[in-house]
Design a protein around this ligand. Structure first.
Ligand code: ATP
Ligand code: MG
Length: 510
């Protein structure tokens, strides 16, 4: 009966429901974008109700398009945009405010003051994260302070906090749960104790009563309760589907790439780019601007950790060429345009639209285009945009190499995400890293990772080894650029980044 596993991939731009078979092949899929709400410069919100409705709608559409009955789903896994913060009323099931998205910078000043004081070291050593508005803690604090009546109800457990994973699990099953990977992005979670940290809860004024239970990434959190789904959920009714996998989107991609061994790396190119390196059971601290995070945790086993380089804007810069400038009609056009010129004619573009993440961690940096001459064309700017994606990744790889001196080299550089369809980008990435870049046959590794976690929990797949055997290469890109050229081009990039950082310091306000 149960021939498939379903996955909800709730991303920053949209929600995708996918169904996979036992060979890990996608058999059905549906996608819907949701509204990006920008109430003020630097603020970014989503409507959690819209996201919930889209999860149900895409599930219904995917199942219908594949002619699949809900009873054929052995389990459903969830993966989500991380850090994005939802507070909702446990009695009405309604959010008390729009969700505050990970890119939102409204708590910059609060985080800067934490960075400047004694909390800086403490937060880093407990959570593996630098104080930054990126993470959930200061967003929860903001909501508790600014939405009237919420704090009192939160203290009684009547207003609940969750990232989008918890929001969806609660809506589907009535259980208030999260997994360790999502918890590790809140800046409230103690990586050693694998539990919420009382001292940090006090610092941000977050009552424990409002927090989800932090569980493993692969277990049954609850079963879908049809009466909770409303009209849109009728397609999921009639079967007791277990919700059985939960991973933050970047960790899900690592899982979907079957990067289970220490030293294995993946880099995902979506809205931003996120490189994770599996460090096994070792909790490694970065001296070079990377985050320490939970890679995944399986029941009754030690958690597996990762070092992460988070780059905020990569694919989103391509979207900006399309929607902000109207230079292109579709992201796919960039491949031919970039390849139509031999180089970027000296143009460098640093897309620091939301400040700079790893390894710089400067919330005030802003987007910068330098090196323009009269000969610069649309093709050069498009090429500079794709090159910037690859150079930002090189920045993170440099930091990773410095943190893991002598251990890098051999590991394959596995890539995934929407932008790796672009062959120019993959080739250029290989060129500026001087490493082979491996693109898997299934590029929807985020949804696949959530499906794997759910499938492992219910015995649909038996082991990590079984999953590892399902991984297949689509194409390997080998470096073609000379070392001299690689280093001189990278030097130019670093000078451009300097400009973006110095702009931040030149009197501009956040
Ligand atoms: N051929 C292409 N060349 C370059 N960039 C591309 C191409 N196709 C898609 N992109 C970029 O990839 C991104 C979409 O990737 P993906 O579908 O993985 O994102 P997503 O999962 O929606 O993102 P998120 O989960 O961050 O919301 C977009 O930012 C888009 O601009
Ligand atoms: Mg995604």
């Amino acid at each position: 009966m149960s021939r498939y596993i379903g996955a909800i991939d709730q991303g920053t731009t949209g929600t995708r429901f996918m169904v996979f078979d036992h060979a890990g092949r996608p058999v059905a899929s549906a996608y819907k974008e949701h509204r990006q709400i920008f109430p003020k410069p630097g603020w970014v919100e989503h409507d959690a109700r819209e996201i919930w409705a889209n999860a149900l709608e895409t599930a219904a559409r995917a199942l219908e398009s594949g002619g699949i009955e809900p009873a054929e789903l052995a389990a459903v896994g969830i993966t989500n945009q991380r850090e994005t913060t939802v507070l909702w009323d446990a009695e009405t099931g309604e959010p008390v405010h729009n969700a505050i998205v990970w890119q939102d910078r409204r708590t910059s000043a609060r985080c800067e003051s934490l960075k400047a004081g004694e909390w800086n070291g403490k937060i880093r050593s407990k959570t593996g994260l630098p104080p930054d508005p990126y993470f959930s803690a200061s967003k929860i604090e903001w909501l508790l302070k600014n939405v009237r009546g919420v704090r009192k109800r939160a203290e009684k457990g009547k207003v609940l906090f969750g990232n989008i994973d918890s929001w969806l699990i609660w809506k589907l099953t009535g259980r208030h749960a999260t997994d360790a990977t999502n918890a590790s992005r809140t800046m409230l979670f103690n990586l050693r104790e694998m539990d919420w940290d009382d001292e940090l809860l006090k610092l941000f004024g977050v009552p424990r009563e409002m927090l989800p239970e932090a569980r493993s990434s692969s277990e049954v959190y609850g079963t879908v309760v049809p009466s909770r789904l409303g009209d849109l959920g009728s397609s999921l009714s009639g079967a007791d589907i277990p919700v059985a996998g939960d991973l933050g989107d970047q960790q899900a991609a690592l899982f979907g790439q079957a990067a289970f061994k220490p030293g294995e790396i993946k880099n995902t190119y979506g809205t931003g780019s996120f490189l994770l390196r599996n460090t096994g059971k070792a909790l490694r601290k970065s001296e070079n601007g990377l985050l320490t995070t939970v890679a995944y945790s399986l029941p009754a086993k030690s958690p597996i950790y990762a070092l992460e380089g988070s780059v905020f804007i990569t694919g989103a810069a391509v979207q900006w060429l399309r929607d902000g400038l109207g230079l292109i009609a579709s992201a796919a056009e960039t491949e031919a345009l970039a390849a139509s010129v031999p180089d970027a004619a000296g143009v460098s573009f640093v897309p620091a639209f939301a400040g700079l993440g790893a390894p710089y961690w400067n919330p005030y940096a802003r987007g910068t285009i330098v090196g323009l001459t009269r000969g610069a064309t649309k093709a050069h700017l498009v090429r500079a945009t794709l090159e910037a994606i690859a150079f930002q990744t090189r920045d993170v790889v440099e930091a990773m190499s410095a943190d893991c001196a002598g251990e890098m080299g051999a590991a394959a550089f596995k890539v995934d995400g929407g932008a790796v369809k672009n062959n120019f980008l993959c080739q250029f990435q290989s060129d500026v890293l001087g490493l082979p870049v491996m693109r898997p046959a299934i590029d929807e590794t985020t949804a696949l990772g959530a499906a794997y976690a759910a499938g492992l929990a219910v015995g649909f797949w038996k082991s990590e080894n079984e999953i590892r055997r399902l991984w297949k290469t689509d194409r390997v890109f080998k470096p073609r650029m000379s070392k001299d050229e690689r280093e001189s081009r990278y030097g130019e990039w670093k000078r451009a980044v300097d400009c973006a950082l110095r702009w931040a310091g030149s009197g501009g306000n956040p």
